[in-house]
Design a protein around this ligand. Structure first.
Ligand code: FES
Length: 105
């Protein structure tokens, strides 16, 4: 198991909400997709766009890159539409003692 980093108390990330956390030299977006907690690196694999600021679809659990519009599956990090074609890293999310935590390594 990797290192666990604190994100925030569960009640601070309600359905539809997002939060960006920094770990070492990377930024990670943490999302609540209708109750499912998911995390993806905040860097588009196409042109390093700020992925986590994109439009979230909580029904499909997808995120649209604000720069050129690639749609990413938040569960797998895989792009569903061009121009991106390389997956983005995803991270396991846990809840422990009322705190959302991210597993990184
Ligand atoms: S930077 Fe994300 S689609 Fe181009």
């Amino acid at each position: 198991m990797g290192e666990l980093i604190d994100v925030c108390p569960v009640e601070e990330l309600p359905p539809g909400a997002r939060r960006i956390v920094t770990w070492e030299d990377i930024e990670i977006g943490v999302f609540n997709c209708d109750g499912e907690l998911l995390a993806i690196e905040d860097r588009c694999s196409h042109d390093d766009g700020p992925l986590a600021e994109g439009e979230l679809d909580t029904k499909q659990c997808t995120l649209e890159c604000p720069r050129h519009g690639s749609l990413f599956d938040l569960r797998t990090g895989r792009p569903l539409t061009l121009p991106a074609y390389v997956p983005v890293d995803t991270f396991p999310v846990r809840v422990q003692d009322g705190l959302i935590k991210l597993e990184v390594d």
